[in-house]
Design a protein around this ligand. Structure first.
Ligand SMILES: *Cc1c(COP(=O)(O)O)cnc(C)c1O
Length: 431
């Protein structure tokens, strides 16, 4: 399988190159040259396959011959080494719980798959690969955990001091080993600017093997297809589901649409957004307008210019009508998010996090207009990550997970740093 750049100015590469590079030299996103098709018997008999076999079959055509079969089997087995239950909230809405991984959010899947691929691809390298990541919270934790102890890889995480939740901060700062965390006296944008500058700095580039772990990487994007298949294995109705995806950069939804294109039955997709609703607005008006992001309760979706949307359009052959037939968009305010958490908890005893609540509200609205449309939401994070919103809405303390309790007993380790590039550069060169 080859991958071309959506900017069409760089040569096509294989999965290995695309994963190592992240972005094409022409700054385009990589996209597979063809869409593999699963056989009808495989789809009809998903129940007869193990989780690991499904994951292997989903990823194999995209990976091609860049990873030997037995190694890929090991990689996917480690990637999905936790449950993916499809929990029924009520007759018409289920919740695909993607928060049973080590950092309690769905990004664990992509980060674990990508880290293991990178480790395999750089196993012959003489110098370690250094991954630089700027994070506003969730990504850094998933990447730190995904790469923890992975040979040949060093990770340097930058996060804005005082601007992440307590659980997130502990996830970022307690790994140790090959993970180093810089606590930057500035904002998330400052962290991201430092990382970008390092990538363009010849003095650094010539001395270190640098790589990034952001969400446009094909290894992160495509491995997110796996759990859509695992959900279908648990889907009990004849008619395919409507799937509501809480979306920010649109990598998760884009993976779902790719899974559908390869043969997975899906009735309709819902792009569920908070007020950062570039895509729902586009679906409504036909005008695509990026805008500065606004802070909300579902902060992992506070994105004004979603980086993966261009891939979704490529899956639609750049056709707006095709997009409208397959995807509906909804804008959910913080007020409705809180009401939804409260209502679902009171009526069904099920506690949503703010991201899952956005998806639930969107799916409910869709069902009001489309009777008999059963479906599920992707519950992308555990409520324990967002205790304040949960407390405000449901009036209860989010249950503490044993794994989160363990975090509170650990020692935070971070290197405080100013937001000027000179300090960052000096630090990198002294490593
Ligand atoms: C990152 C994230 C999202 C958004 O996912 P995209 O793939 O960027 O659309 C949604 N929910 C949570 C909890 C996240 O961490």
């Amino acid at each position: 399988m080859k991958y071309y750049s959506l900017n069409k100015q760089s040569p096509s590469v294989d999965f290995r190159e695309a994963t190592l590079r992240g972005q094409a030299p022409d700054k385009g996103l990589y996209f597979p040259e063809r869409i593999p098709q699963h056989s009808t018997p495989f789809i009809q008999q998903l129940r007869n396959f193990s989780k690991e076999e499904i994951a292997f079959r989903v990823m194999e055509p995209f990976v091609g011959d860049t990873i030997p079969k037995n190694v890929l089997q090991e990689i996917v087995t480690e990637t999905i080494a936790f449950p993916f239950p499809l929990h029924t909230i009520h007759e018409d809405i289920a919740s695909l719980e993607l928060f049973h991984g080590p950092t309690f959010a769905f990004k664990d899947v992509g980060a674990r798959f990508m880290s293991r691929c990178l480790s395999f691809f750089s196993s012959n390298a003489t110098a370690p690969t250094t991954i630089l990541v700027a994070t506003s919270g969730d990504t850094g934790g998933a990447v730190a955990n995904g790469f923890l102890g992975v040979e040949g890889i060093e990770v340097v995480i930058l996060y804005p001091s005082g601007k992440v939740s307590p659980v997130q901060e502990l996830q970022l700062t307690t790994c140790g080993s090959n993970i180093t965390t810089l606590e930057i006296n500035g904002s998330f944008d400052d962290c991201q600017a430092l990382v970008k500058e390092a990538f363009m700095d010849e003095a650094i580039y010539s001395r270190m093997n640098l790589s990034s772990a952001n969400s446009i990487n094909v290894a992160r994007w495509l491995s997110q297809q796996i759990y859509y298949f695992l959900a279908h294995q648990q889907w009990e109705y004849d008619k395919p589901p409507v799937i509501a995806v809480p979306s920010g950069n649109f990598g998760n939804l884009c993976a779902g649409i790719m899974a559908h294109k390869t043969g997975l039955p899906v009735q309709h997709f819902i792009a569920a957004c908070n007020v950062n609703d570039t895509v729902p607005a586009y679906l409504k008006t036909g005008a695509y307008q990026i805008k500065p992001s606004v802070s909300t309760l579902s902060n992992a979706m506070d994105v004004g210019n979603p980086s993966n949307f261009i891939r979704i359009m490529e899956l639609m052959n750049q056709d707006y009508d095709t997009l409208q037939r397959m995807v509906s968009g909804y804008t959910i305010t913080d007020e409705v998010t809180l009401e939804t958490i409260q209502k679902v908890y009171q009526q069904y005893g099920y506690l949503l996090d703010p991201h899952g609540a956005v998806a639930y509200a969107a799916l409910s609205q869709y069902q009001q207009a489309n009777k008999n449309a059963r479906g599920y939401i992707l519950e992308t994070a555990h409520p324990v990550k967002f205790p304040e919103a949960v407390k405000e809405a449901a009036g209860i303390e989010a249950p503490i997970l044993p794994a989160a309790m363990e975090l509170f007993g650990k020692q935070k380790r971070s290197i405080p740093m100013q937001k000027d590039y000179a300090s960052f550069k000096e630090y990198l060169l002294s490593r």
